[in-house]
Design a protein around this ligand. Sequence first.
Ligand SMILES: C[S@@+](CC[C@H](N)C(=O)[O-])C[C@H]1O[C@@H](n2cnc3c(N)ncnc32)[C@H](O)[C@@H]1O
Length: 435
Amino acid sequence: MTPTARLLATFDLFCAVDGDKRPVDAVTSGWFRNRRDIPDQDRGDILERLYALLRHRARLTWWLDKHGRDHSPRHQFLAWLALMERKSPEDVSRLFGGPKNAATALTKPEYNLVLRLKGCTIEHPDMPEAVRLECPSWAEQSLRARFGGAFAAEMAATLTPPPVDLRVNPVKATRQDMLQALSDLKLHAEVSPLAPHGIRVSGRFNYARFPALKSGAVEIQDEGSQLVALLVDAQPGDRVVDFCAGAGGKTLAIAAQMNNKGRIIACDVSEGRLKRCSERLRNAGMHNTETRLLASETDKWVKRHKLGFDRVLVDAPCSGTGTWRRNPDTRWRDPEENGLQNLIALQGRILASAARLVKPGGRLVYATCSMLTEENEDQVTAFLAANPAFRLVPLGDVTPDLAAKAQGDTLSLTPARHDTDGFFAAVLQRETTPE
Ligand SMILES: C[S@@+](CC[C@H](N)C(=O)[O-])C[C@H]1O[C@@H](n2cnc3c(N)ncnc32)[C@H](O)[C@@H]1O
């Protein structure tokens, strides 16, 4: 592809993402399915630019406000071309107006916008800090309270492209073999800093083409997510519930940890996600698993199986603030639409209901990919106050290796401090005498 064709393709994809409520990776996969002619190298370039655009959205729209323009994807893209690609108004006119170009020619006001942005830089001294750091207003107060003086550094880290983390499935492969396979593809791969089955890869690559991913020998999984699954500390032969299993990211890791022995039940209220979970478990060669569709967190199945499990993981639905660097679009999907308070209340209900499944001496692990105290420490405090049969197990007692990553007695990972997604996890144990 020519540089012009790549830019126009990025613009087309950006418009598709902007007008779609689905997560950006779902939109991009659909878009590329219809553009199979695009070579891998160009695909990487288009995706990189798209994600960079999404990471600059507050700053781009600040400039549009300053010049009295609306936030249409076309205006955002024009601002991007002027401010980040340093294109002159003439360059931009040529880009949009060419005879073979699908994008319509620049109007006079659009030309003037690019002209007014000429020579400006993306950041401006008048920009509020939250705009510079791309922090949405719905989360700003909580994140400032959580991070204090480290707020700017933590937010800046959410704006950096994340590494690609893989988890090797020990049922199908060894980490050494996978490191070799990646090196054969001329990719720089090394063992993850913390996760025992993790590999961190740098370099651009269309992972869909990596045979080990297709065969279930490796999974793409952030190192933080791998560590949360490890905290469940499921042993071969245990009975385990993954209460909010989704498409099974953590179920797969837990099942592997159990070496295919014992039973793990993946529950969720989403039929589609559970179906994907089953497919992935089958592909990964995990036979100690089943899926269970719940009507709600208080499904009758929960009552029927109370006190029946050694380990229960609640990877609760959350604001996703910990995944902003990986999913830059999510910070602009205001959870207030569904209600952050509603989400917090749902987390409390899920935790209370899932706790009933834990047998005496068994453990409940509460986790989120959120960095908001309201969804993390506050949930645990409220749960322990209402459930005196449970106590918090200090992280150092579960995994001494991770204790240094703890905030108090719970696991608290952030992109700035650990170069993982933001994750929280607390291990709660039911006393041996039931209430
Ligand atoms: C953070 S995601 C889980 C991600 C998954 N554990 C993984 O590692 O890939 C939260 C999941 O909770 C599910 N969920 C939402 N409400 C629920 C409820 N009331 N009971 C059980 N699961 C629920 C959602 O469908 C979603 O799949």
